[in-house]
Design a protein around this ligand. Sequence first.
Ligand SMILES: Nc1ncnc2c1ncn2[C@@H]1O[C@H](COP(=O)(O)OP(=O)(O)OP(=O)(O)O)[C@@H](O)[C@H]1O
Ligand SMILES: O=P(O)(O)OC[C@H]1O[C@H](OP(=O)(O)OP(=O)(O)O)[C@H](O)[C@@H]1O
Length: 230
Amino acid sequence: MIRLGVPSKGRLMDKTVAWFGERGIGLRRAGSERDYAAVAEGIDGLELILLSAGEIPRELAAGRLHLGVTGSDLVHEKVPLWELRLTELAPMGFGRADLVVAVPQAWVDVDTLDDLDAAAAAFRHRHGHRLRIATKYHRLVREFLREHGVADYALVDSQGATEGTVGAETAEAIADITSTGETLRANGLKILADGMIHSSQATLWQSRTADWTDEGRRTLKELVTRLGVQ
Ligand SMILES: Nc1ncnc2c1ncn2[C@@H]1O[C@H](COP(=O)(O)OP(=O)(O)OP(=O)(O)O)[C@@H](O)[C@H]1O
Ligand SMILES: O=P(O)(O)OC[C@H]1O[C@H](OP(=O)(O)OP(=O)(O)O)[C@H](O)[C@@H]1O
C-alpha cells in the first residue's frame, strides 16, 4: 500500500476531496465527521491518512507518507532543502494565499524593503532594540529578508492572529498569509510593494524518501494517469 496524506479538516480538506472526486477517486471518512479514519475508493493499493496540513510536510520528508496534499508555503517553510526530499506532482489550483511582509499603513515613508531596512536602522537607533516582525514562517522570512538586504530586525513568533500583534504592540511589522487582504486592512496594515515572499497553493507532493516498492510504483503510475497530472 502507498500512503496518501490529506488535510484532516477545513478549507483544504473539502477542496482536496472535490479535486480527487472530479478525477474519479473517492476520498471519504470511514465513520463520523469526527472520525479521522478514511478510505480511498476507485483505486487499489492506496491508503488514505487524514492529518493536519501543517504536519504533512514533515511526514513526507521523513518518508512516512508516499504522497501528500498540502500548501506549498508549508512545505517550503518546514522542510529544509525540500527539493531533495519531495517532488511536486501537481499544483491543484486552490488554497491560494500569499505570504507577504506588511507594515502599519501609518508608516507613510515605508513602501518597499529598502524603506523597511532604513526604518529598521532608525528604529534601533531610537529605541535601543530591533524592530520586531511577527510571523510563523521563520525560515522563509529570514531567507527572504537576507536576500533583500534587510538585516536590523528581530523575528517574534506568532502562531495565529498575527495581524493583531502590531495593535497589541508586540511587533512593529508582520509576515503572514493573505488571500483577500481583509485581515490586513482591518488591522491597519499595508503590504510592501516588493514584499511578496511566496505565492502558495495546495499541491500534490511525492516523497522521495519513502519506500517505493515495485507495486507502489505501479499504483503511483496508475494514480498519476487517472488524475491526469503528468
Ligand atoms: N486565507 C487563508 N488563511 C490561511 N491559510 C490559508 C488561506 N488560504 C489558503 N491557506 C493555506 O492553507 C494552509 C493551512 O491550512 P490550515 O490552517 O488548515 O493548516 P494547519 O496550519 O495545519 O491548521 P491546523 O493545525 O488547525 O490543522 C496553508 O498552506 C495556507 O497557505
Ligand atoms: O487575507 P484574508 O482573506 O483576510 O485571510 C488571511 C487571514 O486568514 C488566516 O487566518 P486564519 O483564519 O486561518 O487563522 P490563523 O490566524 O490561525 O492563521 C491568515 O493567517 C490571515 O490571518
